[in-house]
Design a protein around this ligand. Structure first.
Ligand SMILES: Cc1ncc(COP(=O)(O)O)c(C=O)c1O
Length: 460
């Protein structure tokens, strides 16, 4: 593929986005009227015209998550290599359901996942697959844990399982587990919410108390979810303590490292993930801190045989299994037809090398530290505690929603509102772009000082 034109287009988009608005000013009616008037699909249009129009809509009618001042919800800026990968995937359209159909693509994914599994300290025979995102990886974990705990679950369904399985997590765990409890049939009430400490990390003593209490009541503890980088506050649950507890109690230990998992590559940060190597399963998203386009999650599980049991499938219309130690992904994962999700991580890793990735990740961690320090120096109160680049802050008299409204109106930055503990909403800012610079941060904090309410006493 000739790369030069794509490289130039990518560079141009980067410049246009960085110099344009972050937050769209468009109404629902604007968008619908435009679509209704341009696209009744009765007459063909030239590809150039449609492409130009769609690109205009994307440039003006969306929150620009790749903007250096988008301090948002884990949506990253993307690398050129990962965009090249997605272009190749769309063009060649490989089908990864079976190994025989796409040997190269399947082996590229296996190679990439095995490398990362090794970084997490997983054994070479662990199962791993790319998923659409973290929610699918978490779903896979619960399905596999249920299959191991209750061999009758797969064929007979939950009604043949006499136990009442329980999953232990905290208020800070990702809300996908509510949907997963619903989808797997264990029910939303199967989620047991464990208390957190003042850093919003799971309290292992409270976990022990709940598990003992549940066992006494005849319930069956199935899984503990430890989060490595919670969505709201970036908290890392005490993974070594949870690992020891789960081993002692024979409960599945799942680590949801959807965002924070990338820190495993960083010599400076990886110590904070200690304990992850003892997990039964891990969720880690490439489309978060690994800076590749959506959707690219990953599911790792040390019990390969149980994974094969949970997703077993057989039909005569699929190509037969190839000889040797290969797997057909449609028999070891949720999806059937399967896009070549892993190429964007493979290509980006191959281009930058591990050291390049470490630099990308540690740059964002440094920018997070700078944001925290600059805010504190200006008089803002920081209300979370994490080594990861996510800062929650407030000040006296701040109404977060009103403050954010002004921030968006002046196109200063995109941040979000979040409620921690039972306190009033605060502002949440996460460094999600490797393009965010120290001067972006200093400028944003200065401008925010001008918008803060009087009683705040922050400086601009
Ligand atoms: C900790 C955590 N787990 C899981 C998810 C869900 O991931 P996805 O949106 O990729 O499905 C998220 C999303 O932000 C998350 O922060």
């Amino acid at each position: 593929m000739p790369l030069e034109e794509l490289r130039q287009l990518f560079a141009q988009v980067e410049v246009d986005i960085a110099s344009g608005p972050i937050v769209p000013q468009v109404s629902l009616q604007n968008v619908r009227d435009h679509l209704a008037s341009w696209y009744d699909f009765t007459k063909p249009m030239t590809l150039d015209d449609v492409t130009a129009d769609v690109e205009r809509m994307l440039r003006t009618w969306q929150v620009q998550v790749t903007h250096p001042r988008y301090f948002g919800l884990f949506n990253p800026s993307v690398t050129l290599a990962s965009v090249v990968a997605d272009t190749l995937v769309a063009m060649y359209n490989p089908q990864l359901a079976s190994w025989r159909t796409s040997p190269a693509a399947n082996e590229i994914e296996r190679h990439t996942l095995a490398w990362l599994a090794g970084k997490f300290g997983f054994p070479a025979d662990a199962a791993a697959s790319f998923t659409t995102g973290g929610a699918e990886a978490n779903l896979s974990a619960v399905l596999v844990a249920l299959t191991r705990a209750f061999p009758e679950y797969g064929d007979g369904g939950l009604r043949t399982v006499t136990a009442s399985p329980r999953i232990y997590l905290t208020h800070e765990s990702h809300a996908s587990f509510n949907k997963i409890a619903h989808m797997t049939g264990i029910g939303r009430q199967a989620l047991r919410v464990v208390a957190t400490d003042r850093n919003l990390e799971m309290d292992v003593e409270d976990l022990a108390r709940l598990v003992t209490e549940d066992r006494r009541s005849g319930l069956t503890p199935l899984m503990v979810v430890g989060t490595a980088g919670t969505t709201a506050a970036g908290a890392i649950d005490p993974l070594p303590g949870l690992a020891r507890f789960c081993k002692r109690e024979d409960v599945w230990f799942h680590v949801d490292a959807a965002w924070g998992g990338a820190a495993i590559l960083s010599p400076r940060l990886r110590g904070h993930l200690a304990g992850i190597e003892a997990a039964d399963s891990i969720t880690c998203d490439a489309h978060k801190w690994f800076s590749v386009p959506m959707g690219a999650g990953m599911f790792f599980c040390r019990h390969a045989a149980v994974v094969s049991e949970a997703f077993r499938a057989q039909t005569t219309y699929m190509p037969g299994k190839a000889a040797g130690s290969v797997v057909d992904p449609y028999t070891t994962s949720v999806q059937w037809s399967r896009r070549f999700i892993g190429l964007k991580l493979f290509l980006a890793l191959a281009e930058r090398g591990e050291s390049g990735y470490v630099e990308l990740i540690e740059h964002q961690a440094r920018m997070g530290d700078l944001l925290r320090e600059t805010l504190a120096r200006a008089g803002w109160r920081i209300v979370n505690n994490t080594p990861l680049p996510l800062v929650c802050f407030t000040c006296n008299g701040l109404v977060a929603s009103e403050f954010l409204g002004k921030l968006y109106e002046r196109q200063i930055a995109w941040m979000s509102e979040v409620r921690l503990r039972r306190d009033p909403p605060v502002v949440r800012a996460c460094i999600t772009s490797f393009r965010t610079t120290a001067s972006d941060i200093e400028w944003v904090v200065r401008e925010m000082g001008r918008l803060a309410p009087h009683e705040c006493e922050v400086s601009s």
